[in-house]
Design a protein around this ligand. Structure first.
Ligand SMILES: Cc1cc2nc3c(=O)[nH]c(=O)nc-3n(C[C@H](O)[C@H](O)[C@H](O)COP(=O)(O)OP(=O)(O)OC[C@H]3O[C@@H](n4cnc5c(N)ncnc54)[C@H](O)[C@@H]3O)c2cc1C
Ligand code: SF4
Length: 451
């Protein structure tokens, strides 16, 4: 990054201390026991329930709801966690409006689904609150598996393998486990250290050794892991970010949204985190919504998301777009960045060109321009898999669409190497999808090792 003098419009402590607490408090407070009971009554306990089909981890939703209704909260939590060990996190972060709740039959009559996410949180919070461990390690098999990456995919795989009695070593490049649960998800969705509470619960099963600050490609090599372990699972996530393709993009003032969010998530006192007065976010997915909303909640006065296509094309759901707008974020559609605007070595804004679809349905600039004032511009136009970590090893995995190719059991092109989560092709880039990948891979690894 080129050295520039500090922009005085980027400052910490824009809000009163209580505002930070309020802005980053629990966005969806838990149901009371009474509210939960009333909500369970709304479930029809459908046969062949569409909500179950819509859940990537296949949780038996009517069953766990019925158990809450009969006061069997432990049984309910067990229904959830046996399919999705990160059920507590997913209850908070899943875009339920496009998954289970989107499929709920209650939408037809009343346009109001059963609050499945809130009920899932009710049951799992009860379990954690009561310190009940539901899982124990199976009889030790003597098989050793290396899991690379301690995010949802890697941890879900490690936990399931431990249930089967295998010995697991998790190699994680950061100094904390959890992946984007710890470093990426918006702070107001997961207050109170939920991510680390889940990590502790998961490791409590035993048989999982963790090696932190150990990166594949830097400290360990894939070839060595394949030699020393019976199987390897790669849950590397996406370490790179797409560039805007603008001249001078490396200047101070242009930030990677994911890196800033990671910093925000690790900052205990948010009044110390500098934020701009005028912010422009480029992108249309969940990351764009999260960085825009969180910078606004940190006290930025003017935050605008600019997306090159229409509202209906955005990766973020309508509910997420609405959430950002409710928090004062403006969203502009059909425009792409053209150039950064500078004054006295400081970023002052960004110029955009309007876009439209041409006769062949391709995105094209119209030639008309407009500019927005900005002292911070955030790039949120997608993350990329960084294959360099693999090239550090002697083996090279087959990639497809820039991510690792896997079959339906999450086997890669290399024998005894599995992969899952965001780093594999066709990944849905959701926590719940990573958890499912880890589980599916663990089942396949176990079957293979026992064969
Ligand atoms: C800003 C943001 C907000 C999001 N919000 C939501 C949300 O609200 N709801 C939702 O469902 N999903 C959300 N997602 C997506 C979700 O977080 C991911 O889909 C999920 O975390 C994928 O899990 P994973 O295990 O594949 O990858 P990750 O969570 O990225 O974990 C990968 C792990 O591997 C480690 N690692 C990487 N390279 C190496 C290496 N070379 N050696 C060792 N370790 C390595 C990383 O440090 C990390 O711990 C969000 C994503 C982002 C970026
Ligand atoms: S679809 Fe809705 S009503 Fe039917 S079982 Fe699922 S949550 Fe209950």
């Amino acid at each position: 990054m080129k050295s520039r003098k500090a922009n005085s419009d980027i400052a910490a402590g824009r809000l009163e201390p209580d505002d930070y607490k309020r802005n980053f408090g629990d966005v969806a407070p838990p149901l009371t026991p009474h509210q939960a009971l009333i909500e369970t009554d709304r479930c029809y306990f459908c046969y062949d329930a569409p909500c179950v089909t819509a859940c990537p981890t296949g949780i038996d939703i009517p069953s766990f709801i019925r158990k809450i209704g009969t006061g069997n909260l432990q049984g309910s939590a067990e229904d959830i966690l046996k399919e999705n060990i990160m059920g507590a996190m997913c209850a908070r972060v899943c875009p339920t409006e496009v998954l289970c709740e989107g499929a709920c039959v209650r939408n037809k009559g009343e346009a109001k689904p059963v609050a499945i996410g809130a009920l899932q949180r009710h049951a799992t919070d009860w379990l954690f609150g009561n310190g009940i461990q539901l899982f124990k390690r199976g009889p030790v098999t003597g098989k050793r598996i290396a899991v690379v990456g301690g995010g949802p995919a890697g941890l879900s795989c490690a936990h399931r393998l431990a249930m089967f009695g295998h010995s697991v070593t998790v190699f994680e490049s950061r100094d904390k486990l959890g992946g984007l649960n710890e470093y990426g998800i918006a702070a107001y969705k997961v207050p109170d250290d939920v991510a680390q509470r889940e990590v502790r619960y998961l490791l409590d099963i035993g048989g999982i050794e963790t090696r932190l600050v150990q990166a594949l490609g830097r400290d360990v090599r894939l070839a060595t892991l394949r030699r020393d372990y019976d199987a390897v699972f790669l849950g590397l996530g996406l370490a790179g970010v797409n560039a805007l393709g603008l001249e001078d993009e490396q200047i101070e003032g242009v930030y990677d949204a994911v890196a800033y969010i990671a910093k925000l998530r690790q900052t205990r006192d948010l009044s110390t985190l500098p934020v701009g007065r005028s912010i422009v976010v480029i992108g249309g997915g969940m990351t764009a919504i999260d960085i825009a909303t969180q910078t606004r909640l940190l006290g930025a006065e003017d935050v605008t998301i600019v997306y090159r296509r229409g509202k209906e094309h955005m990766g973020a759901s309508y509910a997420e777009q609405e959430w950002a707008q409710t928090n004062g974020v403006k969203i502009k559609h059909w425009a792409k960045p053209a150039r950064l605007l500078m004054q006295n070595d400081n970023l002052k804004g960004i110029e955009f060109e309007y876009t439209r679809l041409d006769a062949k349905g391709r995105l094209a600039g119209t030639g008309e321009k407009f500019s927005l004032q900005a002292d911070m511009v955030f790039k949120a136009i997608g993350q990329t898999f960084v294959p360099a970590t693999l090239n550090g090893s002697a083996d090279v995995l087959e990639l497809s669409g820039g991510r690792i190719s896997v079959d339906e059991e999450r086997r890669t092109s290399l024998p005894m190497v599995w992969a899952g989560g965001d780093c594999v092709e066709g990944g849905k880039d959701l926590t719940v999808a990573g958890v499912q990948d880890g589980k599916v891979a663990a089942l396949s690894i176990d079957r293979t090792l026992r064969a």
